[in-house]
Design a protein. Structure first.
Lengths: 341, 235
């Protein structure tokens, strides 16, 4: 079984599945939900780099998500800018803001960092909510255009948007994969392990933390900009702290600090949420306890726990192989002993 | 090479180290002796920049270190091998070693050579190359910690209690390797409770009590000292 669920095998299958998914379902609603899941995944990957690999739990990510979304919305709707130019600018705006906030936030650690970023997220939300003349406040921003044409390809239909978002998600995953398996990724993990230890081997922790913070906000902004162009309407609620906790829930259930965690968690929770729509906010009565149990018993989430079991099984197999070897040798040594005796 | 002048370190209002004067010359092995909490680790952390000295002056090769950040201090050639065999448990032995060469990360060839050198000193690490650092035994972890520090090619290595929690036979091996590393050109500042083993390989020692140096001298002098015998060697 373990051989069938081989990594090399599973990745192409998943990608293939994502590509044929729209043709299999033929259901616009399912395609819509899946596209949304992909958009969330990008944000979750950003959060994962920072919280999962570097050990800094940011609670400001809904804020950065909203900054990305609103930058795109305002630049296209109010400034009438070309879509892709606005798209790039909104990513730059989010990253620069991330850099400035990171400069201050990263002077704190652990709970203080979480609380500080929680406040930052809330301030970002308040600014969007209250700055009526710029953001239209609670009325929200209407009429955000769909992604502009790239050459002959247009992105007006849900299907084309599905593939656009999928393509961007795949690039994001590839980037994260390359980072995690490089010295840079190990540097982040070293910082998560122990910042003092990282310092004593010559890592400039502040520089690396700032780097990953900006990268993380970049992905949050990317996710937000895609959201705005997909839903075509945004309100201040997308910057609400609830969204941060949604992202965090996806990450925790999927597996924090794992590569496949964001995919597993997001798909699972988004689909279950869709099925439980009729419960409205009461569905939190189901998610709350599940999340609590998961954090207590499976703190590494689904992907992390599966990886853990596989490692354990491999270890047991190895131990058993060594034991068998010893058993097969023992009669000979017993014989020798008899002879010697 | 390394010079501490009247260095004091405070944790809040508590003074952990009082007016310490200390000197290490190139090529030496210098040992800091003292019980737990005597201030040895604090001194190490202060030299490597994790703690800031509240007063006094630290000089390395004639340049002041006080204002330098820890990563710059590593770049200038001082590497600390922290107490308690702190490794990256979720990384393999090889990855841990590569992390040690972080300051030389652009020099791929140099890293390979350093790693070969570490494997010569600790052949067991080569065997365990692909194993997770967390799965190693205590002695192997200590070897990996020293190996990782060596990967940075330090001029001065700070070794904090390399013998702690190890079987006597392993301790002996460890001190042999420390001697070899020193002979190959790395100056060593060693913090130890195992005075017997440490003084045997050291040129010079300082005895710490309650954050201050109470005694200093060459290894022979310290070996001959009755107080030391009573307190640390147990003869």
């Amino acid at each position: 079984m373990a051989n069938i669920i081989n990594k090399r095998f599973i990745i192409p299958v998943l990608i293939l599945f994502a590509i044929v998914f729209p043709f299999v379902t033929q259901n616009d609603y399912f395609i819509h939900v899946m596209t949304l899941s992909f958009i969330w995944m990008i944000g979750v990957y950003g959060l994962n780099l920072l919280a999962g690999y570097t050990g800094y739990l940011s609670l400001a990510h809904a804020g950065f998500f909203a900054v990305g979304a609103y930058s795109l919305g305002l630049l296209t709707v109010k400034a009438q800018m070309n879509f892709w130019l606005a798209f790039v600018l909104s990513l730059i705006i989010t990253s620069v803001l991330g850099f400035l906030i990171g400069l201050i936030a990263l002077r704190t650690k652990e709970h203080f960092f979480a609380i500080y970023t929680l406040c930052v997220g809330y301030i970002l939300y308040l600014i969007i909510d209250k700055w009526d003349s710029l953001t239209e406040g609670v009325r929200g921003l209407i009429g955000i255009p769909a992604p502009g044409n790239i050459g002959p390809i247009s992105f007006e239909t849900p299907l084309s948007q599905y593939y656009l978002v999928l393509a961007i998600l795949l690039v994001v995953i590839l980037i994260v994969y390359r980072i995690v398996h490089s010295l840079t990724g190990r540097t982040y993990i070293a910082i998560r392990n122990s910042e003092d230890l990282a310092l004593t081997i010559g890592i400039s922790t502040m520089k690396n933390k700032l780097e990953v913070f900006v990268l993380s906000t970049f992905f949050a902004g990317l996710s937000g900009a895609l959201y705005a162009s997909f839903i075509r309407f945004i309100g201040p609620d997308i910057g609400n702290i609830v969204i941060t906790f949604d992202l965090l829930t996806y990450l925790l259930i999927g597996g924090i600090g794992t590569l496949s965690g964001p995919i597993v968690g997001t798909v699972l929770v988004v689909w279950i949420s869709q099925q439980l729509q009729f419960l409205q906010d009461y569905r939190m009565l189901i998610f709350g306890p599940i999340l609590t149990l998961l954090v207590i018993f499976y703190p590494r989430g689904i992907a992390g726990s599966i990886a853990g079991w596989n490692a354990k099984r491999a270890e047991k197999k190895l131990a058993k192989a060594q034991q068998d070897e010893r058993f097969s040798q023992s009669p000979i040594s017993a014989e020798n002993q008899v002879k010697e005796g | 090479m390394l010079k501490l002048q009247d260095v004091s370190v405070k944790y809040g209002s508590f003074t952990a180290v009082h007016n310490v004067n200390l000197e290490v010359s190139p090529g030496q092995i210098v040992v800091l002796l003292g019980a737990n909490g005597a201030g040895k680790s604090t001194i190490f952390k202060t030299i490597s920049g994790l703690n800031k000295a509240s007063s006094g002056r630290i000089e390395f090769e004639g340049e002041p270190l006080n204002k330098r950040s820890p990563d710059k201090i590593v770049q200038s050639g001082i590497v600390q091998c922290a107490e308690g065999r702190k490794l990256f448990p979720s990384m393999t032995v090889e990855e841990n070693l590569k992390m040690g060469a972080y300051v030389h990360r652009k020099n791929k060839k140099g890293i390979k050579e350093s790693m070969k050198h570490v494997f010569e000193l600790f052949p067991i690490l080569e065997e365990k190359q692909v194993d997770m650092a967390g799965s190693l035994s205590g002695g192997q972890q200590q070897m990996l910690a020293i190996g990782r520090a060596l990967m940075a090619k330090p001029k001065l290595m700070l070794l904090d209690e390399p013998s702690i929690g190890l079987a006597p036979l392993i301790v002996e091996q460890m001190f042999e390797v420390i001697k070899t590393i020193n002979r190959e050109g790395t100056t060593i500042l060693l913090a130890e409770q195992n005075a017997n083993a440490a003084l045997r390989i050291a040129d010079k020692g300082y005895v710490f009590e309650n954050g201050a140096v109470v005694l200093e001298g060459t290894s022979e002098e310290l070996f001959a000292n009755d107080e030391i015998k009573k307190a640390y060697i147990g003869a």
